[in-house]
Design a protein around this ligand. Structure first.
Ligand code: SF4
Ligand code: SF4
Length: 93
């Protein structure tokens, strides 16, 4: 099964509160040249906003894979599981 087909099986119950925060946005702007979060997240949650000069976080699509806990070279992503009852579930499982 292709990844896109698997992602089709994901269901989201989106919380109004984000379970992801950028701890210090100035680190992204001033120290992190490569901004790897814009590439390692399989759900494309992180996007560099050139106008606002900050990382935009589309937490609603988070797949809860945990990669950002180890992937940010500055440990600058404050990630927790969504509150109980929110987040991802699976259509077949
Ligand atoms: Fe900011 Fe970490 Fe993303 Fe770099 S990888 S832009 S420090 S959140
Ligand atoms: Fe992206 Fe995975 Fe982090 Fe969610 S836990 S924001 S899917 S890298």
């Amino acid at each position: 099964m292709k990844l896109d087909d698997k992602l089709y099986l994901v269901r989201f119950n989106t919380d109004k509160l984000s379970h992801i925060k950028i701890a210090n946005p100035s680190v992204c702007l001033q120290q992190c040249q490569d901004k790897p979060c814009t590439r390692f997240c399989p759900a494309h949650v992180y996007d560099w906003d050139e106008e606002e000069k900050r990382i935009a976080v589309g937490y609603e699509g988070c797949l809860e894979c945990g990669t950002c806990l180890i992937g940010c070279p500055f440990g600058n992503i404050d990630w927790k599981y969504p509150r109980g009852g929110f987040g991802v579930s699976w259509k077949n499982g």
